[in-house]
Design a protein around this ligand. Structure first.
Ligand SMILES: Cc1cc2nc3c(=O)[nH]c(=O)nc-3n(C[C@H](O)[C@H](O)[C@H](O)COP(=O)(O)OP(=O)(O)OC[C@H]3O[C@@H](n4cnc5c(N)ncnc54)[C@H](O)[C@@H]3O)c2cc1C
Ligand SMILES: *[C@@H]1O[C@H](CO)[C@@H](O)[C@H](O)[C@H]1NC(C)=O
Ligand SMILES: *[C@@H]1O[C@H](CO)[C@@H](O)[C@H](O)[C@H]1NC(C)=O
Ligand SMILES: *[C@@H]1O[C@H](CO)[C@@H](O)[C@H](O)[C@H]1NC(C)=O
Length: 581
C-alpha cells in the first residue's frame, strides 16, 4: 500500500487524554487526513479535563516535565513555594490550548461518546461501537487503524463492600463517592461539611478519605486547606520525595535519577558500574536510602508515623514528588493535626448505625462524606468484552496476560544485577501465577505486530509522561506508515522479546502486578524513562541521548522538550532517503 493511501485511511484514536492528544497531533502533522478522536468526556484532557480537576490539585511532576514540545508550559505563579508544581487547572488549560491551537479543525473530535466495544470486523476494519451520552443513540464507527488511549485511571475500582450500593443497603446516611468524582462534587461536599472551629471540633461534620495514594492525599489536603475535618484511613502510604529547598534542575530534570535505576539493558559504563558491581550497588542503594531519609526528615515526620511505613523508593513505582516542603501540603497538614490519620487500617464496610464506616481494627469512624480513593481498573476489559465472543478481540490481538511461551522466568533469574539482590517479598499474585504480557515496547501487541493497524498509547508507566508520550506517538506513526524501523522480524520474536520485558518488570518491581492492569502499565519505565525513550528513538534510527554532554557531564545535562521538537522532520528525511532507493 502506498503512503498516500495509508495517510488517507481513517484512524480512530480512542481517548482524548494526553496520550490521545499527542497522537492526534503527530498523525495530523505527518499528513494523516482522516483522524477521529473519541472520548466520553465533555472536553479534552482525560484526567486533566475540566470536569475532573479542582482548585488545589497539583501534578506530581516538577515544572516543565509534563508537556509537549510544540507548546511551552508557563511556570506556576507560586513556583518558588510549590517547588514548581503545575496545578491541575494549569494542566487542564494547557491541554485545552494544545487542542485549540493544533488540533481543532485538523482532527475530528467526538465528545460525550462512550465507547461500548472495539472489534475487528470480518471486513478486517475496526468496528467501534459508541453511545452518544446525551441522546443514548448508538453508532458504529469504522477505522482502518486504531490507537487505544483510554487510560489507566479512567475506570474507578471500588471494593464491593464500600460501594454506593453497599452503603445504600446498610442505610448509610452519608454521601459516598469515588475519588474520580471529587472534582465535580466538591461544592456539594463543602456545603455538607462545614468549616471546623478548631482541630478538635467534630460538630461540623467529617469527611473520611479511604486510601494512601496520591489522589487520597490531594483530596485530604484540599479539604483540610478549606478548614474541613478530614480523617484519612489507609493500609500503606505512598513513598515520596521531598527536600527543604528546591533541588537543582541538573538533579531533578537530568538523567541522574535514571542512571540510579537499573534498566533491562545497561547501556553505559556508569550504569554497569552502579548496578553490577559490589561498590556500585552499595552506592546505589545508599543513594535511594538517603533520598528517603531526606524526604521523611524534611517534613520532620515523627519516627513512628505511619507515613514512614511505605514501600521503598527503589523497589516501588508509587512515588510522589512533593518537591519543596510547603505548609499547604498533605504531610505538613498531617503534622499540624489538620488531617487525622487512622493507619494502618482498612475500611471494611458500613456500620449498623447508618453513620459510620467500619475498620478492620475494630474502630468505627462516623462521617458525612466517604471518599473512596481506592484506585482504578483496566479501561480495556469493558470495551473488549462486548466483542464477537467474549474476549476474542483481546485474544486475537494478544492483549491480555498469559503464561509465558518460553521460560522467561529462568532467564530473569539469571540477570546479574547486584542492585536487585535481596528484593522485598513478591506480591502474592506474582508468586503463584507466572503471568506475562507481550506488548512490544508497551506500544503494540507482539501477536499483531505485522498488521500495523493497532497501537496502544499511554500505557508506558513513566515519570515523564509528556516526553515519553510524544516520542511514542512518533513511533506509532512511523509504525503505521511502514517507515524503516528497527523491528522484530516476526510476531514470535516480538512476543518472546516482550515476554522477557514482562519478566524483567516482575524482577525489577516484585510488588507490581502489572499484567492485571494492562491499560496502566504495559511497561514500567519509571525513573528509567530516558533509557526507554532512547530505545524508541533508536528504533526509528534517530539520534538518542539527545540531552548531550561528554563522558563526565551527560548525567547532569538538563533534559529539555526542545530536543525532540524536530522528530517529525527527522523522520521525514529518513523516509525520503529510503524511498529514493
Ligand atoms: C488524580 C490523578 C493525578 C495524577 N497525577 C499524575 C501526575 O502528577 N503525574 C503523572 O505523570 N501522572 C499522573 N496521573 C496519571 C495519569 O493517568 C497520567 O498522567 C495521564 O493523565 C494519563 O493520560 P492518558 O491520556 O493515558 O489517559 P486519561 O487521561 O485517563 O484519558 C483517557 C481518555 O479515554 C477516554 N475513555 C476511556 N474509556 C472510555 C470509554 N469506554 N469510552 C469513551 N471514552 C473513554 C476518557 O474519556 C479520556 O478521554 C494522575 C492520575 C490521577 C487520576
Ligand atoms: C473518513 O473515514 C470515514 C470512515 O471510513 C468516512 O466515512 C469519511 O467519509 C472519511 N472522511 C474523509 C474526509 O475522508
Ligand atoms: C506497616 O504497614 C503494614 C501494612 O501494610 C502493617 O501490617 C504494619 O503493622 C505497619 N507497621 C507499622 C509500624 O505501622
Ligand atoms: C490492578 O488491578 C487489581 C485488580 O483489579 C487491583 O487490585 C489493583 O489495585 C490494581 N492496581 C493498580 C496499580 O491499578
Amino acid at each position: 500500500m502506498s503512503i498516500s493511501d495509508i495517510l488517507s485511511e481513517p484512524v480512530g484514536i480512542l481517548g482524548a487524554g494526553i496520550a490521545g492528544l499527542i497522537n492526534a497531533y503527530v498523525l495530523t502533522q505527518d499528513g494523516f487526513t482522516n483522524v477521529t478522536v473519541v472520548t466520553r468526556d465533555r472536553s479534552v484532557g482525560g484526567i486533566w479535563s475540566r470536569d475532573r480537576v479542582y482548585s488545589g490539585l497539583r501534578i506530581n511532576n516538577v515544572h516543565g516535565e509534563y508537556r509537549f514540545s510544540p507548546l511551552e508550559m508557563p511556570p506556576p505563579d507560586d513556583s518558588s513555594e510549590s517547588g514548581g508544581h503545575i496545578t491541575g487547572m494549569g494542566m487542564c488549560e494547557y491541554m485545552e490550548t494544545f487542542y485549540d491551537k493544533f488540533l481543532k479543525g485538523k482532527a475530528k473530535f467526538m465528545f460525550e461518546a462512550e465507547i461500548l466495544n472495539v472489534n475487528r470486523g470480518d471486513t478486517k476494519r475496526w468496528q467501534v461501537k459508541i453511545r452518544r451520552i446525551r441522546s443514548a443513540e448508538t453508532e458504529d464507527l469504522t477505522f482502518a487503524r486504531v490507537i487505544l488511549a483510554t487510560g489507566g485511571c479512567s475506570n474507578p475500582s471500588i471494593p464491593e463492600a464500600l460501594s454506593p450500593e453497599a452503603a445504600e443497603k446498610a442505610r448509610f446516611e452519608g454521601v459516598v463517592i469515588h475519588s474520580s468524582q471529587f472534582g465535580s462534587r466538591i461544592d456539594d461536599i463543602l456545603a455538607l461539611v462545614k468549616q471546623k472551629e478548631s482541630n478538635d471540633d467534630k460538630t461540623k461534620g467529617t469527611v473520611l478519605v479511604v486510601g494512601g495514594g496520591k489522589s487520597a492525599m490531594d483530596i485530604c489536603a484540599k479539604l483540610a486547606n478549606e478548614g474541613r475535618r478530614v480523617v484519612n484511613v489507609f493500609q500503606k502510604a505512598d513513598v515520596f520525595l521531598a527536600a527543604k529547598a528546591k533541588l537543582p534542575d541538573i538533579i531533578r530534570k537530568g538523567r541522574l535519577l535514571s542512571v540510579f535505576s537499573p534498566h533491562i539493558v545497561l547501556r553505559t559504563r556508569l550504569e554497569r558500574f552502579l548496578h553490577t558491581t559490589a561498590l556500585g550497588s552499595w552506592i546505589t542503594r545508599n543513594f535511594w536510602n538517603k533520598l528517603e531519609q531526606i524526604s521523611f526528615d524534611s517534613f520532620s515526620l515523627p519516627k513512628d508515623s505511619p507515613l514512614r511505613n511505605t514501600s521503598s523508593n527503589f523497589w516501588g513505582i508509587r512515588i510522589n514528588d512533593e518537591g519543596r516542603v510547603n505548609p499547604k501540603n498533605y504531610y505538613s497538614l498531617v503534622n499540624a493535626g489538620q488531617i487525622e490519620l487512622v493507619a494502618p487500617a482498612r475500611a471494611l464496610g458500613y456500620a449498623d448505625d447508618g453513620k459510620s464506616v467500619r475498620l478492620n481494627n475494630g474502630q468505627e469512624v462516623s462521617a458525612e462524606v466517604a471518599i473512596l480513593a481506592t484506585g482504578w481498573k483496566s479501561s480495556w476489559t469493558q470495551i473488549f468484552e462486548g466483542s464477537r465472543t467474549l474476549g476474542s478481540t483481546m485474544e486475537e490481538l494478544g492483549l491480555g496476560r498469559h503464561p509465558p511461551s518460553t521460560d522467561v522466568i529462568a532467564v530473569a533469574n539469571n540477570w546479574d544485577y547486584k542492585t536487585l539482590e535481596n528484593p522485598p517479598t513478591m506480591h502474592p499474585e506474582n508468586q503463584v501465577q507466572k503471568w506475562v504480557t507481550s506488548i512490544h515496547r508497551g506500544l503494540v501487541p507482539g501477536k499483531n505486530i505485522n498488521k500495523r493497524d493497532f497501537a496502544i498509547a499511554g500505557a508506558i508507566f513513566t515519570a515523564n509522561n509528556g516526553y515519553t508520550s510524544e516520542v511514542a506517538a512518533h513511533w506509532i506513526s512511523s509504525y503505521f506508515q511502514g517507515d524503516p524501523m528497527r523491528f522484530p522480524s516476526s510476531p514470535e520474536e516480538a512476543i518472546t522479546e516482550a515476554e522477557l520485558r514482562s519478566a524483567w518488570m516482575r524482577k525489577r518491581y516484585p510488588n507490581m502486578c502489572s499484567w492485571v492492569n494492562e491499560s496502566y502499565s504495559c511497561t514500567l519505565d519509571f525513573w528509567t524513562w530516558p533509557q526507554a525513550v532512547d530505545e524508541l528513538l533508536e528504533d526509528m534510527y534517530l539520534p538518542s541521548m539527545r540531552s548531550g554532554g561528554n563522558f563526565f557531564t551527560w548525567p547532569f545535562r538538563v533534559i529539555d522538550l526542545k530536543e525532540i521538537s524536530t522528530l517529525g522532520e527527522e523522520r521525514r528525511a529518513i523516509r525520503k532517503r529510503t524511498r529514493e532507493y
